[in-house]
Design a protein around this ligand. Structure first.
Ligand SMILES: Nc1nc2c(ncn2[C@@H]2O[C@H](COP(=O)(O)OP(=O)(O)OP(=O)(O)O)[C@@H](O)[C@H]2O)c(=O)[nH]1
Ligand SMILES: [Mg+2]
Length: 323
């Protein structure tokens, strides 16, 4: 993962066709370069995106979300090894990997994600989501595109489920895996509500620990309470540290993935583009309200206070400008 320190900017970026070819050959330095430019949305990003166009829409994107310390990184690492055994190339994106609970800083993830070492078939990048109110950063979505263009067959994205992020992840991934573990207590309870609605596959990791069966049962009953559709969601027990349960996890993911892969590739790209546009629009609106040079926002507040407008109507009016 060592990044070249003295690469002249122009060297890699001058010949984009060559850069694309190197990236698609799995050359780590080339992928790293493109990922970094897109992550930072640098001046080179627009021409890179253009050069990437012909190669986009191939990868299957799988999201691993769950409470801090559930074993997401360890599981992603084990699953990577499993997929490598099938000859698949892998891109990994770890969003905000340093949780206070497991103390798993980026360095810790490096240790857990040993499958990424010395294997040009795997590329991993850690990203911070800070500054983006708990949500998945648009940078992560651009990095998905970069790894897709690099020809990775499968892209695994790890996020801590903290509210907004799992909803964002649901929007940009083809398969959504919720990872929990026994003994996380309230964490699971708090997360259940949102995540149970969107997960395609549920995992109870740390199956070697006491209480795994009970946690699996709890998840199953929570799912069945939500109707027939949700009751079909598989609940799989794994022990990521020992590499157990991966076959079952692999087939459950493959089943959901096959449905996604059956659709046109364009559809998956559309979802990512839609998300980026929606985020940009939300940012613009937030910015406009913050600045509020025209006093429109103050007028809206007055209208709400006087009972002339409901807050939602005031918001609609603000977005529409003048009506
Ligand atoms: N006993 C047991 N421990 C596990 C298992 N999987 C992971 N762990 C341990 O649980 C701890 C947390 O694992 P991580 O993979 O960092 O968990 P994470 O969900 O990625 O954590 P954050 O990214 O910090 O939210 C580590 O000490 C792992 O070794 C498992 O199957 N069994
Ligand atoms: Mg982690």
């Amino acid at each position: 993962m060592a990044r070249p320190k003295h690469t002249p900017l122009a060297e890699d970026l001058a010949d984009l066709d060559r850069l694309m070819a190197r990236m698609r050959a799995g050359e780590r330095r080339a992928i790293s370069r493109v990922v970094t430019e897109l992550e930072r949305l640098s001046a080179a990003a627009p021409s890179l995106l253009k050069a990437m166009q012909p190669y986009l829409g191939h990868a299957l994107v799988i999201g691993f979300t769950g409470p801090p310390g559930a074993g997401k990184s360890t599981l992603v690492n084990a699953y990577t090894t499993y997929l490598r055994g099938q000859g698949k190339t892998i891109g990994i994106i770890a969003v905000d990997p340093s949780s206070p609970v497991s103390g798993g800083a980026i360095l810790g993830d490096r240790i857990r994600m040993t499958a990424t070492l010395d294997d040009d078939g795997v590329f991993m990048r850690s990203l911070a989501s800070r500054g983006h109110l708990g949500g998945l950063s648009p940078a992560a979505v651009r990095v998905i595109d970069a790894l897709d263009a690099a020809g990775k067959d499968v892209i695994l994205i790890e996020t801590v489920g903290t509210g907004q992020s799992e909803i964002d992840v649901a929007e940009v991934t083809d398969v959504r895996v919720l990872v929990t573990a026994p003994g996380l207590g309230d964490d699971i309870q708090a997360m259940k509500a949102g995540l149970i609605e969107i997960a395609d596959v549920m995992v109870v990791n740390k199956a070697d620990r006491e209480g795994a069966d009970r946690t699996a049962q709890e998840l199953k009953s929570a799912l069945s309470l939500r109707g027939h559709d949700r009751a079909q969601v598989p609940v799989i027990k794994t022990c990521a540290t020992a590499g157990q349960g991966l076959e079952a996890l692999g087939s459950a993911i493959a089943e959901v993935g096959a449905v996604a892969a059956a659709g046109p590739p364009q559809q998956r790209r559309r979802r990512r583009a839609r998300y980026l546009i929606a985020r940009a629009a939300a940012d613009l609106i937030a910015e406009r309200i913050r600045q509020d040079a025209s006093g429109e926002f103050n007028a809206a507040i007055d209208a709400v206070l006087s009972g002339a407008l409901l807050p939602a109507d005031a918001a609609r009016k603000l977005i529409a400008g003048r009506e």
